[in-house]
Design a protein. Structure first.
Length: 361
């Protein structure tokens, strides 16, 4: 799954769209029945029904109000994802809003008595440069009230809300560090803020742990896909990134060692590729051997730590003695995988002993 697809996969989950509404409509979100959130993106097509205009669209009903026909009014949430500043953003959002309203008009949907549904246009920006395009609600006029009608009225149809989810937050944007910890959109933003591949896995583990329930498995999977896309973007490849099931089955302190092991595997791969490309040509052979030896010894130490956490100190001590005779990185990588896969220490030690026998033979 690529970076853009993973991003949209996350925001396509109703619980994430609900948390986005909690951020952008925080003073009147209680007026919305978030349980009625419905993805209307499939209807969001151009005149020839060939492609979607804009990124995503949701419908949500108000909680307590009723129209003359007894139906509850609707609000349409229109999402557009941007990684770069687009100075035509206001014009694009206006066109998207009109197109969406035209598509839902056939159902007779209304947002106020005798009128079309309200549209809440939101630009989710994850770029690093400051957002300088005009059209944000705060650029046009200050909100005179946080009440729903007056807030939405300022967004019809000339403005949009900006959700700054990238590294550079502009004036008027709510800093991500102030967003609630239990908000799923906040979790994606904090994950994106992990500056290096090495920091990404611990952050994924921390954010996933905030949403442990069975009902949030789809979100944890989406978060994992988003983290993997970021990993590939930051590291230049997906090698070494643990599978979702691996992280789900590994609990407590062992999870940290899984992250460290994945980082070590990725780091070893990058260094190996660097050697192959000749990046480190000219380094004396003795220095190269010293680097390789240090990497092997460090990997053996990490594997012993993993074994101690999972199977106890006795198994780890016996394993450490066996690892002294393994000098190739590929063998250590295999043992690291066995630590995660084996059900008990005896099984692990048996596999490692067999590997040594085969090597000596």
């Amino acid at each position: 799954m690529d970076h853009d697809a993973a991003h949209k996969y996350i925001y396509g989950l109703p619980e994430v769209a609900a948390d986005l509404l909690r951020l952008v409509a925080r003073k009147w979100v209680d007026e919305l029945d978030l349980a009625t959130l419905e993805d209307r993106s499939p209807e969001f097509l151009d005149a020839d029904h060939r492609k979607r205009q804009g990124d995503m669209a949701f419908r949500v009903r108000l909680r307590r109000r009723r129209l003359g026909d007894g139906e509850r009014p609707q609000i349409l949430l229109l999402l557009e994802f941007q990684s770069e500043v687009d100075r035509r953003m206001a014009k694009r959002m206006r066109e998207y809003a009109e197109l969406l309203l035209a598509r839902v008009a056939r159902s007779g949907a209304a947002g106020q008595e005798g009128g079309r549904p309200w549209v809440l246009p939101v630009v989710v920006y994850n770029g690093s440069a400051p957002w300088t395009a005009a059209g944000r609600a705060s650029d046009l006029a200050p909100l005179p009230s946080e009440r729903m009608e007056r807030d939405l009225a300022l967004l019809q149809p000339q403005a949009y809300r900006l959700l700054a989810a990238g590294g550079a937050l502009t004036s008027g944007a709510r800093p991500a560090e102030d967003w609630p910890l239990d908000n799923r959109v906040s979790a994606t933003v904090r994950l994106q803020a992990a500056g290096t591949p090495q920091a990404l896995l611990p952050c994924l583990l921390e954010e996933s742990a905030r949403f442990p329930g069975a009902g949030d498995e789809a979100f944890r999977r989406a978060l994992h896909a988003w983290a993997r896309a970021l990993w590939e973007h930051k590291s230049g490849g997906g090698a070494g990134f643990p599978a979702f099931e691996e992280l789900e089955q590994t609990k407590g302190a062992v999870m940290a060692t899984v992250a460290e092991a994945a980082w070590d595997r990725w780091d070893a791969k990058v260094r190996a590729e660097a050697f192959e490309r000749g990046i480190e040509r000219g380094i004396e052979r003795g220095v190269q051997q010293g680097i390789a030896q240090g990497r092997t010894e460090g990997g053996a130490h990490l594997i012993s730590r993993q074994a101690a956490l999972k199977f106890g100190a006795g198994t780890a001590e016996r394993l450490a003695g066996l690892l002294e005779d393994l000098t190739e990185q590929k063998d250590l990588d295999r043992v690291g995988d066995w630590v995660l896969e084996c059900g008990n220490g005896d099984e692990l030690l048996s596999l490692v002993s067999g590997l040594l026998i085969n090597r000596s033979g």
